[in-house]
Design a protein around this ligand. Structure first.
Ligand code: ZN
Length: 253
């Protein structure tokens, strides 16, 4: 039916089902793309500098929002960032509790306008405060695609005099080490207590195996170990009190 022809009878109207192939591509923009390319290829953050007001912006952008002029001067920065603002969340997007609190922050760089919102990799949000120095942790260059997720997270740096070292998982290692020691001594105390472990022998030997290899226990196993530790403690107490009370309780002859 020609498109301009009017329908005289409603019964003449027809419909059919089909799909129209549409595809959308959203670009990051000229400067946005350059920022991503620099991140992917060289693992650095590209900034733009305005020739008029001398402001520098991260991520790189084409126009200065103050002067409305094109910024042609772009260069990567190699600065340590700092936490401008942060928050910890305990629920995911569906409102489901997360296993651990997730800390996100706005990271800024001295003398640079703008910033990057990303994950902060900290064991404990108490370790972060406004101004905490952080450095980005990136995926391996072979895995980077030019996405903002090429940055895995920002991590705090320890800034001892004359030395700026990245806190590469030392916190995790320290925490893991402490947990490891704790597990070892707990296991030792269970074994020493003389607590009859028959029914828990399988569990304990699995734990012993894991602890022996220096592997981290899962939360479930950790809980189990503590439960057994409590039982062993009770047992030791019971043995002690019975040995103390025995002489008076035992009737002679
Ligand atoms: Zn400007």
């Amino acid at each position: 039916m020609p498109i301009l022809e009017k329908l005289a009878q409603p019964g003449q109207a027809r419909h059919w089902t089909d799909s129209i192939p549409l595809e959308f591509h959203y670009t990051a923009g000229v400067a946005g793309e350059e920022f991503r390319r620099e991140l992917r290829d060289n693992g650095r953050f590209l900034v733009s500098k305005c020739s008029k007001c001398k402001s520098t912006y991260i991520p790189a952008r084409m126009y200065c929002p103050s002067c409305f002029i094109e910024m042609k001067d772009q260069f990567p920065i190699d600065k340590t960032g700092y936490v401008y603002s942060f928050t910890s969340v305990n629920k995911d997007r569906s409102g489901v509790d997360t296993e651990f609190p997730i800390t996100v922050g706005l990271v800024k760089f001295d003398g640079v306008k703008g910033g990057i919102v990303h994950l902060l990799d900290v064991d404990d949000s108490d370790r972060v405060s406004f101004g905490t120095k952080v450095v980005p942790f990136l995926k391996n260059s072979s895995e980077r695609t030019g996405a903002i997720t090429d940055i895995l997270a920002f991590k705090p740096v320890s800034t001892e005099p004359g030395k700026v070292t990245v806190d590469t998982g030392t916190a995790e290692r320290r925490a893991a080490g402490t947990k490891d020691d704790e597990a070892r001594s707990l296991l030792h105390s269970i074994e020493e207590s003389g607590y009859p472990i028959e029914e828990d022998e399988m569990t304990i030997s699995a734990l012993r195996n894991k602890i022996g290899k220096g592997e981290l226990l899962t939360r479930e196993e950790d809980r189990l170990l503590h439960r057994l530790g409590d039982k062993a403690k009770e047992w030791r107490k019971a043995v002690k009190s019975s040995s103390e009370t025995e002489p008076t309780d035992t009737l002679s002859g």
